[in-house]
Write a new protein. Structure first.
Length: 356
């Protein structure tokens, strides 16, 4: 009833995912493969089916011994935790999802995870699919923040949902001669990498947000039917670029960069507007822009919110512990090794940044 599929079975993985009416790009094997290359863990697809429901869940399996908090303190390949791949996802169910069927699934799922040495799971639920609602009794769920999505019903709807200030910025970019193109070749990704890394350095970003060339090569080759680069050009110079993901009538603003010298021309405003119009013309229903840094309502969130003043998406996270005894033991190891403060809000707590 419950099977676990590895990334080596990509065709089987994707066939299962695409059998779900409301699947999204984050559940496909190619998406997780890129983040495996990035070092986020080993991708797994859980698939459950009985007479009432079928369920999928995509996770990254992470060896706890490789965590910075446990270097040289644990035996490798013995204890693991699970996390939704960077972005959004979480457990997705179809069928008659009544209380009894969900409890039966959870029982088998939790038992298998405990037997395989999985200590706990951290979930980033999907703001558009709102799949957290189905699992409110099976995960410890909390709201992290708001996200913004664009309704792609028509170009008129897209335009009307922009704030008046944003409409002016789009017009400004158009009048300045900024032009938007899209494509998916290796040269475009090379240009994106160079500009993106410059942006990360300028913003003093954490090391995690620097992606290897192999990461982008995976998106280009393994995810070729679900990713495209939109870019803004001014006087033959690319001044803003974004990787846009798409599948099953949904689009996502994935990674983005711009040349700050040309920020006054509002190229990203025009880029996102044109990408939304492209999506509408190609039958897509939503364009999810995400939220602010750390899910806060910061300047990034306010920028995104200018693309749909009527958006009301929320981002929920979920926590589940499969083995309480081992979870507490890992937290205690940190305390015994001189950590004087552990962020109790972080999950898993034993992966929190420590104050020594």
């Amino acid at each position: 009833m419950l099977t676990v599929i590895s990334i080596d079975e990509a065709e089987k993985w994707d066939n299962i995912v695409k059998s779900f009416k409301h699947y999204d790009v984050y559940y496909l094997s190619g998406y997780s493969k890129a983040f495996q290359i990035h070092g986020d863990g080993d991708p797994l697809l859980f698939y459950y089916e009985d007479s009432k429901i079928k369920v999928i869940n995509v996770v990254m399996k992470r060896d706890i011994a490789n965590s910075e908090n446990f270097q040289g303190k644990l035996i490798e390949d013995s204890q693991f935790d699970l996390a939704t791949p960077y972005g959004y996802g979480g457990v997705l169910v179809e069928g008659k999802a009544d209380k009894e069927s969900l409890i039966e699934f959870d029982k088998e799922y939790s038992q298998l995870c405990k037997c395989r040495g999985f200590i706990c799971e951290f979930v980033r639920f999907h703001p558009i699919l709102e799949n957290h609602r189905t699992f409110e009794n099976l995960y410890e769920i909390s709201k992290l923040g708001k996200t913004i999505s664009m309704d792609l019903e028509s170009k008129d709807k897209i335009w009307c949902n922009l704030t008046s200030k944003n409409r002016n910025m789009v017009r400004k970019a158009q009048n300045a001669g900024v032009e938007i193109y899209w494509g998916r070749d290796a040269e475009l990704y090379k240009k994106f990498i160079s500009m993106y890394n410059d942006t990360m350095e300028r913003d003093s970003a954490k090391e995690y947000y620097y992606f290897k060339e192999e990461f982008y090569t995976s998106i280009l080759n393994d995810f070729k039917n679900h990713a495209v680069v939109f870019y803004a050009v001014y006087e033959t110079i690319p001044i803003a670029m974004s990787i846009i993901l798409f599948a099953n009538y949904q689009m996502h603003y994935h990674l983005s960069t711009s040349n700050r010298e040309y920020q006054h021309l509002a190229p990203t405003n025009l880029l996102l507007y044109e990408a939304a119009c492209w999506g509408s013309e190609n039958g897509y229903k939503t364009f999810h822009l995400g939220g602010g840094l750390g899910s806060s309502e910061d300047s990034l969130y306010k920028f995104k919110s200018s693309f749909n003043r009527n958006s009301d998406n929320t981002f929920e996270i979920g926590k589940k512990i499969f083995n309480n005894e081992k979870y507490e033991a890992l937290v205690n190891i940190l305390s015994a090794n001189g950590a004087i403060e552990i962020d109790t809000k972080f999950f898993p707590q034993y992966r929190a940044e420590l104050i020594i």
